[in-house]
Design a protein around this ligand. Structure first.
Ligand SMILES: Cc1cc2nc3c(=O)[nH]c(=O)nc-3n(C[C@H](O)[C@H](O)[C@H](O)COP(=O)(O)OP(=O)(O)OC[C@H]3O[C@@H](n4cnc5c(N)ncnc54)[C@H](O)[C@@H]3O)c2cc1C
Length: 417
């Protein structure tokens, strides 16, 4: 396909943005892929396993990252944000700002800098559930495979020690933010989501009771590189739970919180029930749900969980979680099939919280049409196309389908220049 020399701008390098960039570049387009984090992969990189196949998401990401590195038509900018945009001809003139690159591209990830660094910070990759060195790899399989530095967390003396420890002179303590202005043919918005804040669910003990965690925390807890080295346990006493409760629709389909269904939380909890049973076969798992939404091939996961001994699916809405006198948690719920309020017990509770589009929280300096919940719509006349969870709550397979469609629409729009 013969497009103009100007690139297509893809904002966000989660699975949707990476897919859109690859599809557009492999069809002949020039692409600029911009990610605000220092690494690619988005939320999927934080999952332990992913449905429907229940394989490690980093395998699929790795294949895409290799395609990306092999493709000369894709330029990747990490730690970079869009700070201004205005219409220019039929495309856009955009201003991108990159945060200071304290660690340069020649970093070999040898780890010598981390050996001299004593300062620790809450680990953003593990949702602040553990501490990490201020200079570190963002996560073990991060790409670019380059250390990052929390500059402001360290004293000037420590920064200097970190600089001197680097055998390849990759630490640049004088680094400054950089800006660049350029013309792009179209914009694909693939800025994804963030978890609904469990702190707003105080009736469910979130943020107050250490053994009430969210589904995204469970993903990290079960992952080998996670805050508990992959061990599922109670954060209060470090003990493996004997009874785990999954509370579905925690803040979802609720006019006081998120009115919509995030579409993935049922599957996420079913998958996480299997994490628990695999690691702790004698543990009882109770899943309290309103509806069981597992469409298409994802129904296999539901069937597998239903057939697993020691897993109970209870149609019931949990309204309250309180600490119990025996150190466990007490759940008050409406058992819909029994038609009455009942009390249940658990050692560990996982709240299935939904996905909030980043666009609804952070916004972008682009006029993107949003629906009532903050998900993006395409604006063909403005050459803005949305993909992945920026567009609607959905799983990885649907996000990649969307991304392929967005890439095609953006390339076609560019040909009309
Ligand atoms: C608990 C849980 C478990 C899940 N498990 C599964 C599963 O097993 N299987 C499955 O298919 N789906 C699963 N999902 C859904 C899956 O996480 C999403 O489908 C997927 O993350 C969508 O990818 P995305 O690229 O649209 O968004 P994201 O993964 O959120 O990626 C968006 C990227 O954009 C970047 N970004 C944001 N704003 C900007 C900006 N302004 N500028 C530049 N970059 C920006 C972000 O840093 C991020 O890298 C799960 C969801 C939850 C809540």
């Amino acid at each position: 396909m013969n497009t103009t020399d100007k690139p297509l701008l893809v904002l966000g390098a989660g699975i949707a943005g990476i897919t859109a960039a690859l599809e557009a570049a492999e069809a002949g387009g020039e692409v600029l892929l911009v990610e605000r984090e220092p690494y690619l992969g988005g939320r999927v990189a934080r999952n332990h396993l992913y449905f429907p196949k229940l394989c490690p998401p980093l395998c699929g990401l790795e294949i895409n990252l290799q395609r990306l590195q092999r493709n000369p038509r894709i330029r990747v900018l990490t730690s970079t944000s869009l700070v201004a945009a205005e219409r220019s001809g039929s495309g856009w003139r955009v201003v991108l700002e990159s945060r200071p690159a304290w660690i340069r591209d020649n970093c070999t990830a040898c780890g010598e800098c981390a050996r001299v660094c004593q300062t620790t910070v809450p680990d953003p990759f593990n949702l602040g559930m553990n501490q990490v060195k201020a200079v570190r790899l963002p996560h073990a399989a991060a790409w670019p495979h380059r250390y990052i530095l929390d500059h402001d967390a360290c004293s000037p003396e420590e920064l200097e020690a970190i600089r001197r420890a680097c055998p390849v002179d990759a630490v640049d303590l004088q680094a400054q933010p950089t800006r660049q202005e350029l013309e792009v043919t179209a914009v694909i918005v693939a800025t994804g989501w963030q978890p609904y804040s469990p702190a707003r669910l105080d009736n469910l003990g979130a943020g107050q009771l250490p053994d009430v965690i969210s589904n995204v925390q469970m993903e990290r807890m079960a992952a080998p590189g996670g805050p508990t080295d992959g061990h599922i346990k109670r954060l209060s006493d470090g003990q493996p739970p004997q009874r785990v409760a999954f509370v579905q629709c925690a803040g979802s389909r609720d006019v006081n919180h998120l009115p919509y269904c995030s579409g993935v939380c049922c599957l996420a909890s079913l998958k996480q029930a299997l994490y628990v049973k695999e690691q702790l076969p004698d543990c009882q798992v109770d899943i309290y749900y309103i509806d069981r939404r597992a469409l298409g091939r994802n129904e296999d996961v539901l069937t597998r969980v239903e057939a697993t001994e020691g897993v109970r699916l209870v149609k019931g809405k949990v309204g309250e979680i309180k600490p119990a006198a025996d150190g466990k948690l007490s759940l008050r719920l409406e058992d819909v099939e029994a038609g009455r309020l009942v009390d249940a017990s658990a050692d560990l509770v996982v709240l299935a919280t939904g996905m909030v589009p980043n666009l609804a929280v952070d916004g972008l300096p682009l006029e993107i049409p949003l629906d009532d919940d903050g998900f993006a719509r395409d604006d063909e006349s403005a050459r803005i196309f949305a993909a992945g969870v920026a567009r609607r709550p959905e799983e990885v397979a649907a996000s990649t389908r969307d991304a392929t469609g967005a890439a095609a629409k953006a390339l076609v729009a560019a040909r009309r220049a």
